[in-house]
Design a binder for this molecule. Structure first.
Ligand SMILES: CC(C)(COP(=O)(O)OP(=O)(O)OC[C@H]1O[C@@H](n2cnc3c(N)ncnc32)[C@H](O)[C@@H]1OP(=O)(O)O)[C@@H](O)C(=O)NCCC(=O)NCCSC(=O)C[C@](C)(O)C(=O)O
Ligand SMILES: [Mg+2]
Length: 363
């Protein structure tokens, strides 16, 4: 463990100084593409500005025979594209794979100035982050980069979940966490074969009706309520990230056709505290952008509370409900998120601008 005084020291001579705070850049959708897939790659430049994050995936879902083409494809796209406000991320191959060393060496030295975040799969503990941290510092120094590349860990093993707090605090580069529901389910020996999302077998059932003698009729028709398989893990991620000032993301929803359940799963994550999710197919981008942007009604309510609370202390009644110092803080989360999103999304800006500072909708 590094002593606190050295935590923010660069890990290589000539590497840029680590950031003290991780910027809250909008990242509602992290859109995955396979840079070795010519059709997908060709669409990337047109997607700039329509999605918060474009991520060149080098790991799972890229065929082993295409690993080198994917790496080179990402270098070519990064060099030839002006990303404007859109962030460029990559998911490198696993740390025990034969490709990862060249992934990092090539990407950082050739296009490190374009790369915002490196997503590391199957992170097990702080030792994995320490390895990437030092290597990135060496490569940044070699490439003469002036801005540190951030690191995002995917939770895909039971050990990773057990070590979640130490992973989040392992380096000042840590930007956030995503759920890796497929690998995590396999590692935990869960019995779902889906990539994210719910399962009809994971449910609770309404109590049985009873007759006048109090005998339960267990054969009676009863309502069941499907539960969220991922609630525990997402809740742990939210707390660990908030504690370390970094950002939690849902992850993939593999049933591309089921846009309704996808939206539900994304919304659960948004409500619990996640800032974004992944999109695997272009049609999931609009879902993520909608879900991870506060509604105009929520922003209007939040601004009303802020206006009503004056200096921010005490208690007031609004619409029959008590508001106080703590509910003001909840509302400020919403108001600040709306402000950040309005800076990069003109449509949202217009919608939020129609809400006055007092929460009244004027247009
Ligand atoms: C699902 C697939 C196979 C359906 O691909 P498709 O070609 O069958 O779909 P389509 O509906 O026919 O596609 C329509 C058009 O959109 C294009 N397209 C389609 N997808 C994209 C895309 N992402 N970005 C840009 N363009 C895309 C596609 O090329 C096509 O273009 P066209 O109209 O010119 O013919 C395809 O969308 C895909 O490969 N998506 C990415 C999958 C991926 O990255 N998976 C890895 C992340 S999840 C994961 O790793 C798990 C985790 C975290 O590790 C763990 O839980 O453990
Ligand atoms: Mg995985």
């Amino acid at each position: 463990m590094r002593p606190a005084k050295d935590f923010f020291a660069p890990l290589a001579v000539g590497a840029p100084a680590p950031l003290r705070d991780i910027p809250a850049r909008p990242s509602r959708a992290i859109h995955f593409f396979d840079p070795s897939n010519a059709k997908m790659a060709a669409k990337v430049p047109q997607m700039v500005g329509t999605v918060d994050v474009l991520l060149g995936n080098l790991e799972d879902a890229v065929k082993a025979d295409n690993k080198l083409a994917a790496r080179q494809g990402l270098v070519d796209i990064a060099k030839s594209t002006d990303f404007g406000p859109t962030q460029l991320w990559t998911r490198i191959n696993a740390l025990d794979s034969p490709w990862v060393l060249d992934d990092l060496t090539t990407l950082v030295t050739e296009v490190g100035d374009k790369l915002d975040v490196v997503m590391v799969p199957k992170v097990q503990g702080a030792e994995d982050i320490h390895y990437v941290d030092r290597l990135l510092a060496q490569l940044e120094a070699k490439a003469g980069l002036e801005r540190p590349i951030l690191v995002h860990a995917i939770l895909e093993t039971a050990r990773g979940v057990a070590n979640i707090e130490e992973i989040c605090g392992a380096s000042p580069r840590m930007q956030g966490l995503s759920l890796g529901p497929a690998d995590l389910a396999a590692d935990r020996r869960m019995k779902t074969t889906r990539v994210g999302g719910g399962h009809p077998g994971y449910l609770v059932r309404q109590d049985p009706p009873r007759n006048e003698l109090g005998v339960a009729d267990v054969e009676a028709q009863r309502t069941t309520y499907q539960q969220d398989l991922w609630h525990y893990t997402i809740a742990r991620m939210v707390d660990a990230c908030a504690m370390h000032g970094i950002y939690p993301y849902y992850g993939p929803f593999g049933d591309i056709a089921d846009t309704v359940a996808c939206e539900d799963q994304f919304r659960n994550a948004f409500l619990l505290g996640c800032v974004g999710t992944w999109s695997l197919h272009p049609k999931q981008i609009a879902i993520a952008n909608r879900v991870f942007s506060p509604s105009v009604e929520d922003v209007a309510h939040a601004r009303r509370v802020v206006a009503a609370m004056g200096d921010g202390t005490g208690a007031v009644m609004l619409d029959g409900k008590m508001e106080d110092d703590a509910s003001l803080k909840q509302c400020l989360v919403m108001v600040r998120l709306a402000e950040q999103l309005a800076e990069i999304d003109p449509e949202l800006k217009a919608a939020y601008d129609a809400v006055g500072a007092d929460g009244e909708v004027t247009a």
